[in-house]
Write a protein of this length. Structure first.
Length: 106
C-alpha cells in the first residue's frame, strides 16, 4: 500500500508539472504574439503614420481610433495573460500541495 501511495504521489507530481509547463508554454507563445503585434502597431504609429499624416493631412481622431484603441486592447490582453499564468501556476502549486498532504495523512 505504501508503494502505491508513493507511485501515486509521483504521478500527481508529474501531472502538475506537465500542467505548469503547458501553461508556461501557452503564456510564452501568447505573450510573444501580443508583443509582436504591439511592436508592429508602435512602429506604424510612431514612424510610418506621421509621414502619411503630413502627406494626407488626416485628422488626428482617425489616427486615435485606428491605433490607440487596438494598442490599449493589446496591452490589456498582455497583462491579463501575465496575471492568468501567475494565478494558474499558484493554483496548481497549491492544489499539488493539497494532494500531497492528503496522501501523507491517509
Amino acid at each position: 500500500m505504501k508503494i502505491a501511495k508513493e507511485k501515486f504521489k509521483i504521478l500527481i507530481g508529474r501531472l502538475f508539472l506537465a500542467l505548469k509547463l503547458f501553461i508556461a508554454m501557452i503564456n510564452f507563445v501568447g505573450l510573444s504574439l501580443v508583443s509582436i503585434f504591439i511592436i508592429i502597431i508602435l512602429v506604424v504609429y510612431l514612424i510610418i503614420m506621421p509621414a502619411f499624416l503630413s502627406i494626407l493631412m488626416m485628422p488626428a481622431i482617425i489616427l486615435y481610433y485606428f491605433f490607440a484603441i487596438p494598442l490599449s486592447l493589446l496591452m490589456v490582453v498582455y497583462f491579463s495573460l501575465i496575471w492568468f499564468s501567475i494565478g494558474m501556476i499558484v493554483f496548481l502549486s497549491n492544489t499539488q500541495r493539497y494532494f500531497n498532504n492528503l496522501l501523507e495523512r491517509s
